[in-house]
Ligand binder design. Structure first.
Ligand code: HEC
Ligand SMILES: [Cu+2]
Length: 350
């Protein structure tokens, strides 16, 4: 009997020690400013902040319950443990207590009501926020395994790297996203900017964000959607109004024909590339893969799986599976000169 009680006490103590260490470690860690990491503890946009505050509130209430219950448990284990003097005697028999039963029914009901109301308030504030006239509208389409971003009012189509303006609380310019899927379920999640919202075939979901400072925020498809779900990364570039305008103007530019890379353009236009990719001003108008019209304006390719460098582009075209096994772009078995020409051509798409 004793050893069971001792081991229960030991486990409880260890659990306490772990929680204490975890809380101290989480509190002491400064919020990283690095763009290589995301951080659920550093919200930078109103919906993310409301969700974060709510989770802290829920965590503190449940934390208090945890501490109270564990303290009572430890107290009871220590205080009422078997003593040699009790041997053979029955403990006091208690049959029901209206007061105690009322207390342990009414208090939990009140706690649940409080948690419910607090949650309902945040859901309402996030989901029913009115869309101001100054809002930017972007349509996000989830594909296996990349993101398509369309700005219907600006006539821009791009992929994987979303550009949005910073939203000054005095003059809010939030971004409202319309979320669609081309194949299966995906989930848009940029932890510092908002909660997860699923992209579901034949359904339109919506979410919004109003980032308060410029920077690059990373995210990830948060719903298992196939083999390369883990390499379906997201990059949101929050730009100052000037940078955003400059980006919009650059994206609206048509492609410039460059005589030096005409051979590469011919390879693009005479192979299957055009069935899956669009480059405006060419025969390519496929929509199965990312729009390549301004490919070089992106820092990464293949949804953040590789940096956008000459070597990686060449490797990608030669054998996409080398970077992203199971991606839905086939290896095309092009000759070396064709790949060289193609890469030189793609690198003019600024
Ligand atoms: C069967 C359709 C298909 C064909 C054919 C195809 N691609 Fe792709 N391509 C894709 C898909 C799908 C992706 C996105 C892969 C991912 O990120 O998972 C992609 C991605 C790319 C990317 C990276 C774009 C980005 O911003 O991430 C480049 C560059 C590219 N393809 C070039 C080409 C070239 C050049 C050809 C012709 C030699 C070609 N593709 C042929 C479907 C295709
Ligand atoms: Cu996905």
């Amino acid at each position: 009997m004793h050893s069971v009680k001792n081991s229960i006490t030991a486990v409880a103590l260890r659990l306490f020690a772990f929680l204490f260490w975890f809380t101290v470690a989480a509190a002491a860690k400064p919020a990283p400013r690095s763009t290589d990491l995301t951080n659920i503890f550093a919200p930078e946009s109103t919906p993310a902040k409301s969700i974060f505050d709510l989770s802290l509130f829920v965590l503190s209430i449940t934390g208090i319950i945890f501490v109270v219950v564990c303290s009572l448990l430890v107290y009871a284990v220590l205080k009422f443990r078997g003593k040699p003097s009790d041997a053979g005697r029955e403990p006091a028999q208690v049959y029901g207590s209206t007061q105690i039963e009322l207390a342990w029914t009414v208090i939990p009901v009140l706690i649940v009501v409080v948690l419910f109301l607090a949650t309902a308030r945040v859901i309402h504030a996030v989901q029913d926020a009115p869309k101001p006239a100054t809002a930017l509208e972007v349509t996000v389409i989830g594909h296996q395994f990349w993101w398509e971003f369309r700005y219907p009012k600006l006539g821009i189509v791009t992929a994987n790297e979303l550009h949005i303006p910073v939203s000054d609380p005095a003059h809010p310019t939030p971004t409202f996203l319309k979320l669609l899927s081309a194949d299966t379920d995906h989930s848009f999640w940029v932890p510092q900017l908002g909660g997860k919202t699923d992209l579901i075939p034949n359904r339109v979901n919506e979410m919004w964000m109003d980032p308060h400072r410029p920077g690059v925020f990373l995210g990830q498809c948060a719903q298992y959607c196939g083999v390369q779900h883990a390499k379906m990364l997201l990059r949101v570039s929050v730009d100052t109004p000037e940078d955003f305008d400059a980006w919009v103007r650059a994206q609206q530019q048509p492609t410039h024909d460059d005589e030096k890379v005409i051979a590469g353009r011919r390879v693009f236009e005479t192979t299957a590339c055009i069935n899956c990719h669009t480059i405006s001003g060419t025969a390519g108008n496929g929509r199965f893969g990312p729009d390549l019209t301004h490919l070089m304006s992106r820092q990464t390719i293949a949804s953040g799986a590789a940096e956008n460098t000459t070597a990686k582009l060449r490797l990608w075209i030669r054998n996409p599976d080398a970077i992203k096994p199971g991606s839905l772009m086939p290896a095309m078995s092009l000759s070396d000169p064709d790949v060289d020409a193609l890469v030189s051509y793609l690198e003019t798409l600024r």
